[in-house]
Structure formats: C-alpha cells, structure tokens
Design a protein around this ligand. Structure first.
Ligand SMILES: *Cc1c(COP(=O)(O)O)cnc(C)c1O
Length: 395
C-alpha cells in the first residue's frame, strides 16, 4: 500500500522535534550536529532568536494580504537586496524552482520584447540542478530527473560542466541566455573557476545573451560573500536566490537588472504567496544579518578553520577520500571510487552527525553559517570516527 506521504524521498529513520543553533534534537532527546542545515537553508541555525522574534512579531500582526496591495515588508526586503547587489529589481517566490521558472520566462520575454523571438535557447550545464518543475528539469536535462516526464519543454541546450570552449561554440543568434550555478550543489560541490565565470560573462556581453546565475544554494553568504559571483568580480543580468534567504521559512527571489527585467510589466507574472509579509519579515532579518561585512568575515574565518580540519580528515583517510572541494562553508568531500557518500552519511548518523550526499561521488558539508569553532572541531572528530568505522567495516 502506498504510504500516506507520497514516497518520492528515501528518508532516514530520524525525526527531529526541536533545533538549537547547529543541533537537531529527536523526541528521545538525542542531539545531532547538523552539517546539512536543511540543504543550505538554515543559514543562521535552528531557532535563531533574531528570526524567531522577527517571525513572531510579524505573525501577531499580519500574515498575508496578496500582491494586489502594497506590502511594506516585501518593499523593505527588495530595497535591502538591491542595496547589496547588482540588481535593480526583485520578484519574490516561495522556492528556488519558482525562481528558476521566472528567470527562464524573463529571458524569453526579454527577447520577445526586442522583436527577436527566435532567441529562445538557454545554454545550461551537465550536472546542473535548477529545481523540479517541468521547466527546471528540462533546463538541467539529467536522465534521472527527466525520465518519464516527456515531452520536455524545448529551448535548452546542455553543455559539459564548465566547458567554456563549448559555450563559445554554442552561443549564437538563437541564444537567449546562459544559465549556470557558480558552484554546483547537487552536482557535487563543483566550483566554476572565477576565470571561467568571467569568460562566460564576456561571451554573453559579446553576443547579447543574458547571464543567469542560479545562486539558490551558493548565495546568501554561503561562500563567504553575500553572493558567490562576487568572488569573480562580475555581475549577472538575472539571479535566482532561495534556500538560505528564508533561514527555513519558504522564500525565494529573482534579482535582475532593469535592462533584463524591462519587459516584465503588470500582469506578466504573479504569485499568490510570493513575497508575503511573513516570509519577507524573516527574509529581511536574514539578509540584514548576513549582509553585514563582519558576519561574512566570520564565515570566511570559520571556513578556513573547517577546511583545515577537513584537509586533515582527507589526509587521515586516503582510502576513502580523494580531496576537498568548495568555497566558504559550501564544502564537499570527494570520495574515492568504491566509497559511496550515502555510506558516509549513514556512518555519520551513528556518530550523531548529519551530512548530505551529492552527485559526482561527493559528500556535502553545508553547516549553518553560525557554526562555532568548537562545533567545527566536534564535527571533524565525528567525521573522523564515522570514516574510521566505515573503513573498518570494509576491512
Ligand atoms: C535547491 C535548488 C533549487 C531548487 O530550489 P527549491 O526551493 O527546492 O525549489 C534550484 N537551484 C539550486 C542550485 C538548488 O540548489
């Protein structure tokens, strides 16, 4: 008999009833150190007092009104994001997938409004993840995600990951946009070198194509800058954000330049919940905290500490690990052939440690950005015990 919850996930036999900072607590009081943070969502940890206060205060005042009216909380968050980014304008969604949908629509509308409706192809990259809608799975194109869901939405062309020469060859008079994650999350914490992101920006500039960056996972302070593309010194035309921006409250956004967004006029797009007062009150608090240069400096300092520990772990377990990847607190342990990240995740559970598998045989480490030095040391000890146990079991 089919479970009452549609079984599209392989769930661990763990149920948490409470969270505190970097820790999750089960019903029987067992505490787990959380290096997954709801997949880069709980950027400020669990039950963060500032966020609890922002949500509680808004909850007692006003939950929802509809985008038929002015929403001061939404205006405030949009102003904050514009002040701290390349963007001139923001549309709020409830998820990363919906942000991807709008980014795709915006790119098409841009060329339609320029009377070049033949420019419909969006170049994407193998290993990409942009969400689970029909548009987002067509964009990523991976066999696993699209199987059985055809016919797929046309207008996407996938290139090898980070293949700039392929992009140079593919970009042409039918190209609407290039869409890429500066660091692939689901794809295995694969970092696009800064020089390659700059090269893509250059190719887009030369052809007029829009550069769409998916920072749903790598944005909002995760890499030690508010947005990952800042490291490369370039700006996109359109950017998707979600996950960390709500700190656990469902919220996403599309940020865009005025030029890229100019065709999006009244009635061209919409969302019932998108940008509602509850979500935006929380999002504004999250953004205010993370955009503070002192906060980002701490993320970078702790990332250095964590990286050092994980390099030690890799060196201590050469049978399991090939190396360390990532930037800031978006880290990946690349496993050797024959070592399944899922087995490491399971060994982590036994040590009361939560981590997340990814593609390309990589284990993801995405702790709350507020993780403490002591917790980083504790995480390294637990990872070491999990790795030792896994090695021993394999003999
Ligand atoms: C998670 C993710 C998405 C999809 O976001 P949802 O909120 O799950 O819809 C899109 N792009 C990237 C890079 C992601 O990591």
């Amino acid at each position: 008999m089919i479970p009452t919850v549609l079984p599209t996930y392989n769930r661990a036999p763990l149920a948490f009833v409470r969270g505190e900072g970097s820790w999750l607590v089960t019903g029987d009081g067992s505490r787990y150190l959380d290096l997954g943070a709801g997949i880069a969502v709980n950027a400020l940890g669990h039950a963060n007092p500032d966020l609890v206060a922002a949500l509680g205060e808004q909850a007692g005042r006003l939950w929802h009104v509809s985008n038929l009216y002015q929403i001061p909380e939404q205006q405030r968050l949009a102003d904050l994001l514009v002040a701290h980014s390349f963007a001139d304008t923001v549309f709020f969604t409830n998820s990363g997938t919906e942000a991807a949908e709008l980014a795709i629509k915006m790119a098409r509308k841009y060329w339609s409004a320029k009377s070049q409706p033949e420019r419909i192809v969006i170049l994407t990259f193998e290993g990409a993840f942009h969400g689970r809608s029909t548009g987002a799975i067509a964009a990523a194109g991976s066999e696993k995600m699209v199987k059985g869901y055809g016919p797929l939405m046309p207008g996407f062309s996938q290139l090898s990951w980070g293949d700039i020469e392929a992009a140079r060859a593919a970009i042409g008079p039918d190209t609407a946009a290039v869409m890429i994650e500066p660091i692939q999350g689901e794809g295995g914490i694969r970092v696009l070198p800064d020089a390659d992101l700059r090269a893509l920006r250059g190719l887009c500039d030369a052809s007029g194509a829009l550069l769409i960056l998916d920072e749903v996972q790598c944005g909002m302070g995760r890499t030690g800058r508010l947005f990952a593309h800042e490291w490369a010194g370039i700006t996109p035309d359109i950017m998707m954000v979600a996950k960390g921006i709500g700190g656990g409250f469902p919220l996403g956004a599309v940020l865009a330049t005025e030029a890229a967004a100019q065709a999006m006029t009244a009635g061209s797009h919409g969302s019932t919940y998108g940008g509602n007062p509850l979500a935006c009150a929380v999002g504004a608090k999250v953004t205010e905290i993370i955009a503070d240069p002192a906060f980002l400096a701490e993320v970078n300092r702790k990332a250095g500490l964590f990286r050092q520990r994980l390099e030690g772990l890799v060196a201590a377990h050469p049978d399991l690990f090939e190396g360390l990847r990532g930037q800031g607190l978006m880290l990946g342990l690349k496993c050797r052939e024959g070592t399944a990240p899922a087995d490491l995740v399971a060994a982590g559970y036994a040590e009361h440690l939560l981590s997340v598998p990814a593609a390309d045989n990589t284990l993801r480490i995405l702790p709350p950005l507020t993780i403490t030095d002591d917790e980083i040391a504790e995480a390294a000890r637990r990872l070491d015990r999990a790795a030792t146990a896994l090695s021993a079991r394999r003999g």
